[in-house]
Design a protein around this ligand. Sequence first.
Ligand SMILES: *Cc1c(COP(=O)(O)O)cnc(C)c1O
Length: 477
Amino acid sequence: MPKTNCQSTEALRTAFAAAQSYLANLSQAPVAATVDINTLRNRLGRELTAQGFPPEQVVAELLEDVTGGIVGCAGGRFFAWVVGGSVEASLAADWLTTAWDQNAALYASAPAAAVVEEVSGRWLKEILGLPEHASFAFVNGCQMAHVTCLAAARHEVLAKRNWDVERQGLSGAPRIRILAGQRHGSVDRAVRLLGMGTSQIVGVAADTLGRVQAEALRRELESDSDSPTIVVLQAGEINTGSFDDFNVLIPIAKSRGAWVHVDGAFGLWAAASPKYKHLVRGMEAADSWATDGHKWLNVPYDCGYSFVAHPEAHQAAMSHRAAYLTFNAGARDAMDWNPEWSRRARGFPTYAALRELGREGVSNLIERCCAHARSLVARIGQLPGAQVMSEAIINQGLVRFLDPKPGATEADHTKRTNDVIAAILATGEAFFSGSDWNGHRVMRVSVCNWQTSEEDVDRSVAAVGKVLGGKASAQVR
Ligand SMILES: *Cc1c(COP(=O)(O)O)cnc(C)c1O
């Protein structure tokens, strides 16, 4: 049967209606999943058939099968890990990105997408206070932003020693040292993927909030001043949201010829707020920066950004030319800056988010999340049996729950904290995750969603209160 251009309008309409109803129901629906893995496997693990099904049936059955297995992270009471939502224009632009299905590898294959990335890259540098001359790449998340930035770093520190890593590889190359304090695991994975080896990561002593200590950095740099060196600093430590003292640390690292990379997956966004930008003072002197759009900017997944202060090094690490491709001298081809080849036109949702919010909208979003995190941590901390472990510096804070029995040990508090986290989840009212911090089990409070309101904070505190003090506490023990 010949197909028309609108082959599956019914499937698309069903999907649109379902998306709208999911979003509209976020405040009523449980935040956590309500079905277990076996249920999902039973429903979704259908036979792959020889013949397919009509698209509207596929979509309708998908909707049925995933019921209860979609987490409410798009809404305002999801505080686990560091997960953002999607502002409206950004979500709409993301839908269009999928419909347009551009291959944004080259200007030639996706002209509007290439220009949108060019423009959004400029806006991002402006809003994040990064050098105007920095090059950038729109990647799928901060993990790949690290890979991209550290590939540029690897190029540069070895090129300075007359070693062409893109051509010669790492065998026989001078060993690259990576100095880092407490860090997100994606840094280690980037180091692995780039063949530098995690055994070359040298831990630098940090304070209790996870901030690299200047003396320790100086000592490590001087202990081996011959090796090419990359220093990784943080804007927004994963547990406490603390910031390295860039003003002090970057000059120390640069004076010894190191490349400085900043992991600012969420914390770099402090730069967008007049109230919080003092926290990132001095970070513009770094050599590369990695951050996310899909966390605090509230762009749908997948969306991360790398910025490199040395465009030649960035391009040398990524660019590839092939005869069958069409390059445009006057345009920006993402392939020159990105690790992927074919890729989603992920600039559109960023462009839309920045247009919807404007500079002040972004700043309000950042400040609002920080205020909610502060309030959640402080109010939960006042509940019976709760203890604040780290107040929210920005949008992250830590609490834990103490076992009230006399002589309770650290293991008892750990169990109690894990049990309370699970019990809160079971209420469906809010979603928090756990972590280990300075030898203690803690519950993280992370606020990244534009939707989180004071009412959400009230509801969430009430849910925790009920678990701690109400009838629910019986189930907790
Ligand atoms: C989330 C996060 C990452 C990894 O980012 P993805 O977008 O998940 O790839 C890296 N560093 C920090 C501090 C993070 O919070």
